[in-house]
Design a protein around this ligand. Structure first.
Ligand code: 13P
Length: 247
């Protein structure tokens, strides 16, 4: 199993509208001929329209969450199968904003990862520590425990990514030092090896948290950084392209 490297994925969070599809079109046009793997994860209402807007483009489309079940009495939720039918090929799971706002536990994230596989979506599983945990010297133990708890054994041999997103770096303009990023990504790689054996060398480990055109090159070239999960800077095609061009 080889996974094309890098992956640059944009998480639009609860932003965007039909008018914003123009940004996606501009991005797709500028990427034509480039071999980098790029994804946009818009709000679920835009997955279908974005697929239509990006027909024949290389930009992949993803969801931002999915429910563990295929269908049922889960008001407000969306299943992996629904996202796939609308045009998604991947899904972000366990983002810290969902872990914090909806009390998502590692077990719950693992169940969603299983659902993503069942629905044919490539999971991007997010992990990351708070500032207090980093200051207390617990960042590595917190993140490696999240990895062990959030990645079900059924991922062995499957295509997936882990996104390391320090919570204190999200939307703040702050980023860890390069050596902190490398230390964490190496620890995640070692944990993937513990959990999945030789299959643990394949998944990409993305970095997320205040990635922008001006810091993308050094982050993307750090050890074990297999791409980026980008929030705010993915909303404007010019900024997102600036990051993609740093690959
Ligand atoms: P920012 O790039 O806006 O810091 O967000 C990162 C993120 O949460 C991506 O999932």
């Amino acid at each position: 199993m080889t996974i094309p490297r890098p992956l640059i994925a944009g998480n639009w969070k609860m932003n965007g509208s039909l008018a914003a599809l123009e940004e996606a079109r501009t991005l797709a046009a500028a990427l034509s001929g480039k071999s980098v793997r790029v994804a946009i994860c818009p709000p679920s209402t835009l997955v279908g329209p974005m697929r239509q807007a990006l027909l024949n483009s290389q930009v992949l489309i993803g969801g931002q969450d999915c429910h563990p079940e295929v269908a049922g009495p889960f008001t407000g939720d969306i299943s992996a199968e629904m996202l796939a039918e609308a045009g998604a090929v991947m899904v972000i799971l366990g983002h810290s904003e969902r872990r914090a706002a909806y009390g998502e536990t590692d077990d719950r994230v693992a169940a969603k990862v299983g659902a993503a596989l069942r629905g044919g979506l490539e999971p991007i599983v997010c992990v990351g520590e708070t500032l207090d945990q980093r200051k207390a010297g617990d960042a590595l133990s917190v993140v490696t425990a999240q990895i062990r708890g959030s990645l079900p054994a059924t991922l062995a041999g499957r295509v997936f990514s882990v996104a390391y997103e320090p919570i204190w770096a999200i939307g703040t303009g702050l980023t860890p030092t390069l050596s902190e990023i490398e230390e964490m990504h190496l620890a995640i790689r070692a944990t993937l090896g513990d959990v999945f054996g030789t299959d643990g060398s394949s998944p990409l480990i993305l970095y997320g948290g205040s990635v922008k055109p001006s810091n993308a090159a050094e982050i993307l070239h750090a050890a074990e950084v297999g791409g980026a999960l980008v929030g705010g800077a993915s909303l404007k095609a010019t900024d997102f392209l600036g990051i993609i061009e740093a690959v």
